[in-house]
Design a protein around this ligand. Sequence first.
Ligand code: IPT
Length: 991
Amino acid sequence: MSTPGFAPLSDRAPGSDTRLAPRARLRTDAPVLSLNGDWDFRLHPADPADRDTDGRPDFATPGADLTGWASIPVPAHWVLTEATERYSRPIYTNIQYPFPLDPPHVPDANPTGDYRRMFTVPAEFVAGDTRVRLRFDGVESRADVWLNGHPVGWFTGSRLTTEFDVTDLLVEGDNLLAVRVHQWSAASYLEDQDQWWLPGIFRDVTLLARPAAGLDNVTVIGDLDPASGHGELRVDAVGSFPITVRIPELGVEETWAGPADVAPIAVGPVDAWTSETPRLYDVQVAAPGEIATLRTGFRRVEIVGDRFLVNGRPLTFRGVNRHETHPDLGRVFDEAHVRRDLELMKRHNVNALRTSHQPPHWRTLELCDELGLWVVLECDLETHGFWEVDWRDNPADDPQWREALLDRISRTVERDVNHPSIVLWSLGNESGTGRNLAEMAAWVHDRDPSRPVHYEGDYDGSYTDVYSRMYPTLEEISSICGEQTMAVHEIGPAAGARQRSRPFVMCEYAHAMGNGPGSLADYEEAIDTFDRSHGGFIWEWRDHGLRTHTPDGTEFFAYGGDFGEVVHDGIFIMDGLVLSDDTPSPALAELAAVWAPVRFALDGDRLTVTNRRGFRALDDLTVGWTLESDGRTVDSGELVLPDVAPGTSVTLPLPAGALAVESGERFLTFTAASTEDESWASAGHVVARQQFPVAGSRVPVPSRRSAAGSFADAEFDRAGSLVSWRGLPVAGPLVELWRAPTENDRLDGQGSYETAYPGLTHGRGDESTPASADRWRERGLHRLTHRTLSVERSGDAVVRRVRTMAANAAVGVDSILTWTRRDDGLHLRAVVVPFGTWDCTWPRLGLRFDLPASLAAEPVSWFGTGPDESYADSASAAVVGRFTAGLDELTVRYARPQESGHRPGLRELDWGPLHLATVPLQGHRPGFSLSRWTPQELSVAGHHHELPDSDRVVLMVDHAQHGLGSRACGPDVLPRYALWPQATDLEIVLR
Ligand code: IPT
């Protein structure tokens, strides 16, 4: 074996020549030995100058002095282990590099981890002609490897697999493996993804016995002819012949004596693999000395004109961007956790994922094959920080980096090529554009013609196959897919015409940061409208918060800046549909509703059921209906569905009972639920739910009759403010216009984001418009003051007039708060009228009541919308019904405290001794929220543990709230969901 040099850290090469050619991850009967477990470990704050003339540090030799060493688990990131947590910590950046932009160099202060372990080679590894490989599945960012004091080689490519042949270095009995891992290397310039920088050996280390006459590599791709339904298996094997291929279920057995015999195998009629029908067949590929077992699916991916087809039918991605992240483990694979996430996706009608922005652990792809998720598999490449210097010296275009980039894409494709779930290869993310990317694309086209190539940064579409955009506006989508009304993003008309003739996908849209995103339903409508549009991927699946503790031991989930990073991008890492602690956010329920595979439409007594699936009938679902009156079920039943082919509808008459005349406010709710267990949900799982008001509902009319007597139940102070109700201390109400800004209201998730992207709209429209929250603050909405103009008391009424304004403002609102005693309770009518020249939206228009903290333990029951919060542009999942929840379940613990818990359309609220009803005015009812903190308190805390001790519960009765939008990265609240200053009135009753 030649002696590999250990190139300097600034070497742009991907690794030493001793690395073996990349190949598929195979399950074979050859022996393997896991080298995971506890290793000896030592961390240097900088690259130590301790190597001898052969480039070898002393710890790489047997018998080295290990005084002062610690123990570390492999796999793990050292910054997330006890071994180093005191002096080496995670760093979060999105676009910025946490080191000087001085390629290919990295600073001397380069945390360097020395890893060492002994292992015993099993006898079968050293028998006969067996060769032995050493495999690393993931090390961030650069590893130098020695075995028994001899150099093995070095490598980069943190999320890519590397193998070495170590046969000649192994000895019988005990062996010493030593690995030096540098946090920073030239390769770090290629790994500027929006995630934590997490150094260490974070995936498996394995010793592989390679039997003589075995299989070095196997590629298996199942093709399906959509016209005939017949499959073809395309096998390519590198190894010892004769090789036999078997698909027992299909009765296929074919033996090839030599490479010249290798040919596609026609397998006759097969079931197609789709995300809706993830049908896998076991395939065996046997050489004399080794048998590989694969699970393959038959499907054909094609681009025909501007359509992206699978098995001849258009594919719509209802996808999420999925980073590998775990609150305790970082990017270390935890199969149970990953499976739970993928099952959660399936249960929320997610059908695809983009492996942003790197290949995940290999097993994730097997799970996608099994569960049924389309995959866009992305290479481990991002050079976003070069944007800072107008992409000067960008590795994507610099020939000096060519080898590294081609190496990355080949390792990406070769490892995962056998997965039927993968339908698109993606070259990477946010790396500008350039020759090396074009060469990567050409390499993929040549290597795997069965799948197209994606890369969003190929704006003019000169080397990729689909037109991909991030965060487009609805207008841009219709311009790309329908009648062209605007220039194509960043390119001239010729390239624009080329892009407009391709299938359109949104590799990222709907930024799920904090409360939001809004307009998911609007995006879905746009996707449905245009044949060219093939859906897209929500940004993103999970928050990346890392579990940590305050000095006094309070647990919290850290984001950028929480580890004292010099340069960081703050809370921009918390933009998922699932919170760091695995809690699904209401946005996930919204997404499930918007992406439901079945849609219902009600017209009189006829129900239309539409199958929105791409490939499967509705034979696995049953449709149920429930008639409710005032939130209570009065009748229910099931409908028998005829055959509903994908993309078609049926109209059915409703049974008489479904429309039976009843008193009260009536709703008909339809559900589609599974009849059988799936691997990701048990029978009865509801995939679609839609509710319709029943015409002719009688909404109870509130009493207008004055009650005799006085206000015995209610106590008011001299200013006409309520002080208690039936002995319950109550303060208020006062008009409130402020809400704790959401991330979308703030838009400043990463501080300089706005200045970082001048002129680059990413769909946000006018960049000169300040963040809503900034505008609201300028107008003083968070610090309103109140002045009582008058109080009138009569026998059955208390009328208080209040003027509400902010310091140094000349605009405000006047309110007339009228309390009257009626025979159904104490009524409050609030008339609110703005005055002056208002020039901004309002976060909310509501009334605030303060209630005693002693109520907090009581369950809250309400008749209104639920079960989750909803807002004007995020209301697809909400239904009207009766719900009960604990106080703290009514708000969501988004990473940073912010507006949460608004439930519009309240009918009744019952909470301990408090019974509150609303009165519809012009058909509109206010909503409510309950929180232990005021909107002002929530606005200033960076984390939940920073909130002050609470001494009350704040009840907000909101006429309306401003929408959510997606402006943290994407379009603002659409005008139709904005709350503009307006005169209004609302009425509630305390009973
Ligand atoms: C886009 C990135 O591709 C993604 O990784 C993530 O950072 C996202 O933004 C924001 O959370 S790039 C942006 C310039 C649109």
